[in-house]
Design a protein around this ligand. Structure first.
Ligand SMILES: [Zn+2]
Ligand SMILES: [Zn+2]
Length: 341
């Protein structure tokens, strides 16, 4: 089968033919229809995150497709079913896995990062619990719910108890995840959304998706504007999809008493928390990671019912994956890029 593999950090991916993955009795082989390309893939390929257990490897952790073969112990899926692949594979028996929080597993086995992933024609999935069947959605687009949709959905669940009719949510970073963040907050809560980015095109997209106020932080001081809008109280919750020093500090100083900051972006910054200075009383701070299987099921059910619709996507053939990477580096991709094997 055709695949795109990383042989060396900092180099182009290599398109090559490899053997199809082998099936075992609990496993499922999925024919990939679409694999979303994530910004974290870029950090991995460039060697900024040297997380891969071996080289070469096939990346791709945002996958969906058609069930191609099922092992003899598989109960609920059959050949031809359309499925989205949950990517945060765990060990299945540590305390986190037992609680259903496989994304936090102490011995993670993530697809496309710690195991071969979906930039290939076929993907081996070790257990059917990692597959969520879809009905109306098309796998080649639905793949983006596995990460770009799931990650902000989990972050939303960490703040939803704070959001009533009078509330504000600050969303920093309006790339794919931030755009889904806007959609999720607007569809599922009565909150007003303040979106901050440095790119007007992305901000206009956030507005189209329902953001009430957009702020280009290169053009105006976001904190002044946020305090003006919220009568100097601050926002009820901040979702930081960037994670730089600057955005983390903006998240902290913008959040009101009793509010919450959720950090999602992996830009590697640090938040400088000065008690009685820049952080208000009882503001909590949480680092949200990806999502669990139950959350993916919930999100896909919202998507099947048209409550959370997809962000814009662009398709690239597997052979063109290095062009996709170039375009992403040059900031030419709006929304999410999807690899089609
Ligand atoms: Zn990702
Ligand atoms: Zn585990």
């Amino acid at each position: 089968m055709k695949t795109a593999r990383i042989y060396e950090y900092g180099k182009d991916l290599v398109i090559e033919d490899v053997e199809e993955p082998k099936l075992d009795e609990n496993g499922v082989i999925v024919k990939i229809e679409g694999a979303g390309f994530c910004h974290s893939d870029l950090h991995i390929i460039d060697g900024e995150i040297k997380i891969l257990p071996k080289l070469p490897m096939t990346l791709g952790h945002e996958n969906a497709g058609i069930v191609y073969k099922v092992g003899k112990n598989v109960k609920d899926l059959k050949e031809g079913d359309k499925v989205v692949v949950y990517g945060g594979w765990g060990c299945g028996y540590c305390d986190f896995c037992i609680k259903g929080e496989e994304n936090l597993c102490i011995r993670p086995n993530w697809v496309g990062i710690l195991n071969d992933g979906g930039y290939a024609e076929y993907l081996y999935v070790p257990h059917e619990r990692y597959l969520v069947r879809i009905d109306k959605l098309e796998p080649k687009i639905a793949c983006i719910y596995a990460d770009a949709g799931l990650t902000p959905y989990r972050a939303y669940k960490k703040i939803r108890h704070l959001l009533d009719g009078e509330s504000y949510v600050l969303i920093i970073g309006c790339g794919g995840l931030g755009q889904f963040g806007v959609k999720i907050i607007k569809a599922l809560t009565p909150s007003k959304v303040i979106a901050v980015d440095i790119n007007d095109e992305k901000l206009n997209k956030a507005k189209e998706y329902g953001a009430d106020i957009i702020i280009n932080s290169n053009k105006e001081n976001p904190l002044t504007k946020i305090m003006e809008i919220t009568n100097n109280l601050g926002v009820d919750a901040s979702l930081d999809f960037v994670g730089s020093n600057e955005t983390l500090n903006l998240s902290v100083v913008s959040t009101k008493v009793g509010g919450k900051v959720v950090q999602i972006g992996l830009a590697g910054g640090s938040a400088n928390l000065k008690i009685l200075e820049n952080i208000r009383f009882e503001v909590s701070f949480e680092f949200s990671l990806w999502g669990n299987i139950k959350e993916l099921r919930e999100l896909l059910s919202l998507a099947e019912n048209n409550i959370i619709t997809p962000i814009d996507v662009e398709f690239y053939k597997l052979e063109d994956i290095n062009r996709l990477i170039e375009n992403l580096k040059e900031n030419k991709i709006r929304g999410r890029a999807i690899v089609i094997p």
